[in-house]
Design a protein around this ligand. Sequence first.
Ligand code: NI
Length: 258
Amino acid sequence: MQLVDTHVHINFDVFQKDLEALQARWKEAGVTRLVHSCVEPTEFDSIRALADKFPELSFAVGLHPLDVEKWTSESAQQILDLARSDQRVVAIGEIGLDFFKAENQEKQKTVFEAQLAIAQQLNKPVIIHCRDAAAPMTELLQKFWQERGAVQGVMHCWGGTPEETQWFLDLGFYISFSGIVTFKNALTTQESAQMVPSDRLLVETDCPFLAPVPKRGKRNEPAYVRYVAEYVAQLRGVSLETLAAQTTQNACQLFGLV
Ligand code: NI
């Protein structure tokens, strides 16, 4: 059985003391590939160093919506250059909109659009972070698709309602579920995990955040993607092996993993 953890942040300080043990555990859990996300381009060297160390790692480059105040006139060119500088860059991300408590919504939209354009130029998928912004996100993407053409991508750490999920399926996106789906009160997320077609489904940890049940509250790590996969398999009435095979194939398809 093979699993892909499609969203990790193992460059964070909280992992630096036990990376080898982390790898041993993800291997034991069946995790054969990982996609490392990026919240700001200054992380690029640390992420690349991890990919040198762990050949199963591919990675993204991008600026997170909560960090858009760091966007400058040089940022687009910088992200473009970094993405072109290493064949292991498989996506632009994580990018998106986070309106949970944002007062800079217009700036977030501008920065998101600029990074969508980079992904389109490079023909790479986007990893989208979308919090409390499903409607404006859909509107922005529909407009972008109409004016400039579609971009492939994934809605990461998805917690939307079935209705919102359908909006993004209609836009062609993959939907990735994290530990959130295992939480007792996450009923709408669980409904969403049941309705996503099997060829659009992905799993992730978003570690170190949001550890799934039965590790809730602890530091999350790539091995725990197995708990997410087990839970989603159960929700969908399929075996873990089937769910793993489907989601692994989807991750390979979206990110061009070999
Ligand atoms: Ni993330």
